[in-house]
Ligand binder design. Structure first.
Ligand SMILES: Nc1ncnc2c1ncn2[C@@H]1O[C@H](COP(=O)(O)OP(=O)(O)OP(=O)(O)O)[C@@H](O)[C@H]1O
Length: 341
């Protein structure tokens, strides 16, 4: 069975228009006017069980609106959704038992009471037996090192501590699908790494399906085999991250550190048969840019044959740059010129 099955999903919001000036305000009092905003525009995708999928896009692309429809918080304007075989906004009671949700910017824990009391309340909401709850809690507490936080009120926790507690809260009822909306927002790199490792482990050990929205592409690199990219409510890419990178990456750069002064003319002469470009950084350091069609080992062997090299570094185009240029072009289609084909 598919974990998530979405077909022609659409969400429109009615937004109240505010007319200008005093007369406008008076008119608004008597007759409201509305604009329609289409946040999600007839999207379709399927996620098999056990997959970790990244759901990315610029601010306002429609990510949170999709997650809210998938978790039954919002009712779609049109289209079909099945999550774990249920229609989220209809089959509420059976449905929520199979999913866990973490919104990085909102808490599901009660602010003024101890963390453990929030967990107990959630145990009752999800009707988890005391024995199952204890077993799962002990395991999660150990794995996320929450031991001495359990009796503190949530308002006294740091953001990183709270996020770890939010994850535990979302997993107490052992859901098979986890929806994460910006789970690492505002966290330092140590906590981010801890959370990523934990999610990978959950996925590996329990086959948990994870749909994750994030602006941090390191989350995507660390966790996701697949990425769905949204632009203005439409899916502009759905596929592997590696495929996206190889299609969009413009080439590689190799930095050489030479044993002594090595003039630009000499480097250009050594590689004259190849379509590479050189730039000097200083007397002993130079960078060679290679388009995809030039083989790295061919280029290296030419340089090695005519120079004495101390050190080499190879730089791939980074994912942030790739995704930024896709966002700014509004399409993940690669032109022939960009792909170098
Ligand atoms: N309740 C609402 N009423 C009216 N418009 C809304 C509502 N919720 C979202 N929108 C609009 O829908 C569009 C998509 O918003 P959404 O929050 O889904 O984007 P997002 O991709 O999650 O953005 P971000 O990365 O900033 O969280 C935006 O234009 C937003 O203003």
């Amino acid at each position: 069975m598919l974990a998530i099955d979405v077909k022609d999903l659409r969400k429109q919001f009615k937004v109240q228009k505010n007319r200008e000036g005093l007369s406008g305000a008076l008119k608004d009092l008597f007759k409201r006017e509305y604009n329609e905003v289409t946040a999600v525009k007839d999207i379709s995708f399927q996620i098999p069980q056990g997959e970790i999928c990244g759901y990315i896009g610029e601010n306002g692309a429609g990510k949170s609106t999709t997650i809210k429809m998938l978790t039954g918080i919002l009712v779609p304007t049109a289209g079909h959704i099945k999550v774990n075989g249920y229609v989220p906004y209809k089959d509420r009671e059976q449905f929520v038992g199979g999913i866990g949700v973490v919104f990085g910017q909102r808490s599901q824990l009660w602010w003024d009471i101890g963390v453990i009391e929030s967990f107990q309340l959630l145990r009752k909401v999800y009707r988890v037996s005391e024995a199952d709850f204890r077993k799962r809690l002990d395991n999660l507490v150990e794995r996320l090192q929450l031991g001495d936080l359990l009796n503190r009120p949530v308002r006294k926790l740091s953001l990183g501590q709270r996020m770890r507690c939010e994850l535990v809260a979302s997993l107490l009822h052992n859901p098979s699908i986890l929806f994460l909306d910006e789970p690492t927002i505002g966290l330092d790199i140590v906590v981010k790494t801890e959370i990523r490792d934990f999610l990978l482990e959950m996925n590996r050990e329990h086959g948990t399906t994870i749909l994750l929205t994030t602006h941090d592409l390191q989350d995507i690199e660390a966790l996701c085999s697949r990425v769905i990219m949204l632009d203005d409510g439409r899916i502009i890419y759905d596929g592997g991250l590696d495929d996206l990178k190889s299609r969009w990456s413009k080439g590689r750069e190799i930095q050489f550190q030479f044993a002594g002064h090595t003039p630009l003319a000499k480097l250009q002469q050594l590689t004259e048969e190849l379509a590479v470009t050189w730039s000097l950084e200083n007397d002993v350091t130079a960078k060679m840019w290679l388009p995809h069609e030039v083989n790295v080992s061919d280029a290296l062997s030419k340089v090695v044959a005519g120079t004495e090299i101390r050190d080499i570094k190879i730089f791939e185009t980074n994912t942030d740059d790739i995704v930024r240029s896709i966002y700014s072009s509004g399409s993940a289609e690669v032109s022939k010129e960009t792909s170098g084909q």
